[in-house]
Design a protein around this ligand. Structure first.
Ligand code: MF3
Ligand code: CO
Ligand code: CO
Length: 255
């Protein structure tokens, strides 16, 4: 990714704030009884009301405006008639295009009362994202981010997904570099000031290999854990500054 100009950084901030607001808005509707199609419609309507576009819609043929990944779905779950039920966890992943810039953020939510196991994997996914974000500064590498994530997750007794990860973002949805959830310190790609990337570790309860499935009529795949165990994820879009970073999709649920 080429470094952004000052005015482009302001546009990125706007796109990312809108993505965060959209995620916050839709979160109020996450309750037993709602369908993922209804969540999709809420994201679509809210985004258009802000003169923006939902990036997933039509992206490589993806049919919906948001990804909704329930329980053992690792990512890219496609909204449908599935009804959320008490005890589910759901990652809602919002990507917004505003004035040509992309903001990408996601969070795992609890549907009603969830099990202790569900709380634990969600908590580890959140902590893993924060560990990764801490490494984002010029001079560091994507390997530093991945190393920090994987060390944290392993110590907690969980497993970071290796096949899928974060990405460069800005005037396009997915660009260089790939941001892995494992790695070696100092390896991978150097982080460049005034570019943006996402940190979005996906965390599983077991090391069982994931299963991938094609999204109908598109080149996007969605992923499930191999054994039906839970997976959780959080995502922020981060600007690398000359001295560190800024979380552009910042939201505050009070936790
Ligand atoms: N928002 C996802 C990410 O974090 C990408 C979704 S692509 C889609 O990179 F086509 F599945 F929507
Ligand atoms: Co992303
Ligand atoms: Co995303």
């Amino acid at each position: 990714m080429t470094p952004l100009q000052a005015n482009e950084i302001r546009m990125m901030e706007k796109a990312c704030q809108l993505a965060a607001e959209t995620l916050f808005h839709v979160s109020q509707f996450v309750k037993p009884g709602i369908t993922t199609n209804e969540i999709d419609q809420i994201v679509y309507d809210y985004t258009l009301s802000k003169e923006a576009k939902p990036a997933p819609l039509g992206y490589h043929g993806y049919p919906k405006s948001v990804c909704t990944s329930i329980n053992d779905c690792i990512c890219h779950g496609v909204p449908d008639d599935t009804v959320l039920k008490n005890g589910d966890i759901i990652n809602i992943d919002v990507t917004t295009i505003k004035d040509g810039f992309f903001g990408d953020t996601s969070r795992t939510f609890f549907v009603g009362e969830v099990s202790e196991a569900a709380k634990r994997v969600t908590d580890v996914a959140y902590g893993a994202m924060l560990e990764g974000i801490e490494q984002v500064q010029p001079g560091n590498t994507t390997g530093d981010i991945g190393f920090a994530i994987n060390r944290y997750v392993t110590r907690k007794g969980y497993y970071a997904v290796k096949e899928i990860g974060g990405h460069g973002i800005g005037k396009s949805f997915h660009g260089d570099p790939f941001v892995p959830s494992y790695g070696k310190k100092g390896k991978g790609e150097a982080l460049k000031a005034w570019t943006c990337l996402t940190v979005e570790p996906m965390i599983n309860e077991t090391p069982v290999a994931l299963k991938e499935y094609p999204v109908a009529n598109s080149s996007i795949m969605y992923y499930h854990t191999g054994d039906g165990s839970l997976s959780a994820q959080f995502e922020h879009t981060i600007l690398i500054t000359d001295s560190g970073h800024e979380v552009l999709t910042y939201w505050d649920w009070g936790d």
